[in-house]
Ligand binder design. Structure first.
Ligand SMILES: C[S@@+](CC[C@H](N)C(=O)[O-])C[C@H]1O[C@@H](n2cnc3c(N)ncnc32)[C@H](O)[C@@H]1O
Length: 273
């Protein structure tokens, strides 16, 4: 399928596919910070925080391509085409995504378009939501006594029409991290219990992790749907399912009330780097 109709000429610039991390501006990598500072144009997703966008040079073009404030997100094909178009006219094009661009971020699809268009690119990984959330919620994803492995899955697929093979995720010695699962909590709960995962398995749902607005609810798999409806949870939110969640009470260290860095404070901190 032909996605764009630009003439085959040498692209002027390069696209940097950059992971912005889960929220806390200080979880941005030094490389991501350096590249943002020299950006000519930034195409960013809704999950990228205002504090991180404040690091982008004032004269850089900033294009929001994700859902924000009730607006519809740009279609993936439009984003792909925009990236190519910008690379033909600007030097440093940054595609900035929440978390890591290769984890439920469609980074691969965007790079395939760039390859087809002959546009140079580099990828800067970011801290994915699973890592940020588990760290800030005091839930180690693996632990020699409780979990020998961890699996990241999306809960966002059309679960009814394309059933998930829940038996792959029912192992009690494995931690399951579910991105985008809140709206399907009931299906996830039933699927895992029917596949043999104990209803008493500890679960945590953490929203706006690593930020001053982080909130967590903890319970059991048998209560997952009820927990997902908790009013204190906002989007984005992540589910962690497994025995390791039992460690959250003793390993909890993060106090969101003390994490409220203003943009000015954040800039002062990052300028010292
Ligand atoms: C489209 S996926 C993008 C994931 C991203 N590429 C990453 O590596 O984290 C969006 C989902 O990530 C999870 N997520 C991202 N940031 C989060 C945060 N700060 N707190 C909790 N969940 C988060 C949520 O499940 C959200 O629905």
């Amino acid at each position: 399928m032909e996605l764009f109709t630009l003439p085959r000429q040498q692209a002027l610039g390069k696209v940097w596919l950059v992971g912005a991390g889960p929220g806390d501006v200080e979880l941005l990598t030094l490389k991501a910070y350096r590249i943002l500072k020299k950006a000519d144009v930034v195409l960013y997703d809704a999950l990228v925080s205002d504090e991180i966008m404040a690091l982008v040079p004032a004269d850089a073009e900033k294009i929001a391509v994700g859902k924000r404030a009730g607006k519809h997100s740009a279609a993936q094909d439009e984003i792909n085409q925009l990236l190519v178009t910008k690379a033909y006219t600007r030097q440093n094009v940054v595609r900035l995504k929440g978390g890591d661009p290769f984890i439920f971020g469609r980074g691969g699809e965007e790079l395939e378009t760039l390859v087809e268009a002959g546009v140079a690119f580099e990828v800067v990984p970011g801290i994915t939501a699973a890592s940020g959330t588990s760290a800030y919620a005091g839930i180690p994803l693996t632990h020699r006594e409780h979990a020998q492995g961890v699996t990241f899955i999306t809960g966002h697929c059309k679960l009814e029409s394309r059933p998930t093979d829940w038996s792959s995720y029912a192992n009690s010695q494995n931690t399951l991290v579910i991105y985008m699962g809140i709206l399907n909590a009931g299906t996830i709960q039933q699927g895992l219990i029917n596949a043999g995962r104990a209803a008493s398995t500890p679960v945590a749902i953490v929203s706006k992790a690593t930020t001053a607005n982080q909130r967590s609810v903890i319970g059991t798999l048998g209560e997952l749907e009820q927990l997902a409806a908790s009013p204190e949870l906002k989007m984005p939110a992540l589910m962690i399912i497994g025995e390791v969640v039992g460690l959250a009470t003793s390993l909890n260290w993060f106090n969101p009330d003390e994490a409220n860095l203003s943009v000015e404070e954040t800039l002062a901190v990052t300028n010292q780097v």
